[in-house]
Design a protein. Sequence first.
Length: 228
Amino acid sequence: MTEIVANLHRIRERIRACEHDARRPAGSVSLLAVSKGQPLASLRQAWELGVREFGESYVQEALDKMALLPDCIWHFVGPLQSNKTRSIAERFAWVHGVARAKIASRLHDQRPAALPPLNVCVQVNVSGEASKSGVALDEAAALCRHVATLPRLQLRGLMAIPAKLSDPQAQRLAFRSLAGEFQRLRESFPGIDTLSMGMSGDFEAAIAEGATMIRLGTAIFGPRSPRP
Ligand SMILES: *Cc1c(COP(=O)(O)O)cnc(C)c1O
């Protein structure tokens, strides 16, 4: 068994166990394989094991992989720059991390009418870190309202990358505050279904607090190669 095969088996078991411990239905958490900085051969191995949802952060790297790996759902998880929105709007199915109304509008205007709407998660900066993008928790509703007015975008929910905290309780509180806002927003936006939170180092806490999608890179694929 290769490392990736063993990792995926273990992670899928952990997800089931965490769902069970949190009294959540089996299958309520979906796994996004974050494959930025990983060679195509690694994505192929995951594909052989049924993985079809991949997360990428660099547009050109992603376009190269898309050309060679069929039938996948591609999620853009990187920082959004205005000069990259066109390729993202044309080629991806999801964008995690929309944090500005202007970027949302650009993605909408550039989404081809022939494609289904682009799935969008609004990024929240739960830890209030100046260096991280994302809107403050109390600004999330306003940005969601804006996204919901744009017909070529489909508002799916919230996404966050909380600061790494050594105290597991504090880590859970960051996820909990995001989950609380998600539940409140569902009253105004009944269609939203995605709480994208939890990475390789903290996905178990995220599932315990209600994540519906976890984004794992190194836990599946091992270390990434540095950006070329
Ligand atoms: C790279 C990345 C991940 C995956 O990180 P790991 O720690 O390798 O699991 C998840 N989410 C986002 C937004 C990322 O950029």
